[in-house]
Design a protein around this ligand. Sequence first.
Ligand code: NAD
Ligand code: MG
Length: 391
Amino acid sequence: MKKFARKNVVILGATGSIGTNTLRVLRKHKSKLKLIGVSAHSKDRMLAAICQEFKVPYASLTDAKTYKRAKLEGLFPSETQLLGGSDALVEISTLVAADIIVLGVVGACGLKPALAAIEMGKEIALANKELLVLGGSFIIDAAKRSGSLLLPTDSEHNAIFQCLEGHSNKDVEKLILTASGGQFRDTPIQKLDSVTPADATKHPNWSMGQKITVDSATMANKGLELFEAHWLFNLEPSRLEVVLHPQSVAHSFVQFIDGSILGQFTPPSMTFAIQHCLLYPHRSASVEPTLDFKQSMQWNFKAPDLARYPCLKLAYESLNNGGNALAIYNAANEIAVERFLIGSINYLDIPRIIEWCLSNDNNSEATSVEALIQVDAYTRKLATAYKAHSV
Ligand code: NAD
Ligand code: MG
């Protein structure tokens, strides 16, 4: 293995949950990792404080109003160049000096900057799952062309990536993704329609952004992760399995054709997966203590009940149908979660909206990123227009 050369890091979404965990890894490994670009949407003060602490040369604020105000108020340190506007994310993800881009923004806004960085052959720490779901084939093709290394950062895919090292797909029987089951895993099914946004944004194990926390409860998150696994590891849906594991310490398994099953285990914190990507292929001391087998632990596993998790069932159907279904599933879910969080629909309207949007799929397949973005936009309109009968 080559000696580790210091890497220049850019974080898209530095103020979010992935961003904050990435900063913890950077603090621990200052001599190995240097932060040269950061972005946020509207948390300008938090972003300015990050620039101050890490002496970051480039920052971008994607919300136009916030950018103008921050510029006017001179909020950022003088050594930081502040960028704004719709291309600001592309500008910082394509900085010539950048070695690795951490994609920690939420939603489809990461697609263009990701593609631009991949085309330049940069390493990508892929946390943002929506962009792989939306533009999986384009991202994988672009990475093949440029030789850009895609490092799966979502904990399940990072676990699988680690277990697969040295093996090809012909050795693999199936991938088994673990799922916590979210905060309503024991709530009686008939009570699910009356859960509130406040209930749905509290995760029992992980501390994450609001959208992904709701997605964990509905298991739309695991649905998106099945899509991610399909693109990253090039396996058909029948070889992708989901198992409930409430403790969230086993992050996923690979079952090989000889019956051996490998897994990867850490406490439920994203710093482990993020550090693995940032220092890859090297290893170094972790930010937090890992599992201690001197303490007794109990780990449980069971198959998920698809009646409790209709979003998971719809994800398998979408994966089997292929074409635009994954993009439709993703866009419909994003809008449904937004609508649930502002109280305009009930919890169980989330799968209803996804199902309704999927039923409008004309079974075609977008052949360009632009066409995919149109499918995404059209689905968002449909999902916004959906009239919920339950509220
Ligand atoms: P978050 O809501 O905590 O943070 C999102 C970040 O994106 C913030 O920095 C915000 O400023 C930025 N952002 C929001 N809207 C934006 C817009 N329109 N344009 C540009 N930037 C915008 O989210 P998170 O939990 O950190 O998740 C980020 C991504 O990582 C998601 O795709 C999520 O599915 C994935 N992920 C998160 C975790 C986790 O533990 N949080 C684990 C695995 C995967
Ligand atoms: Mg995950």
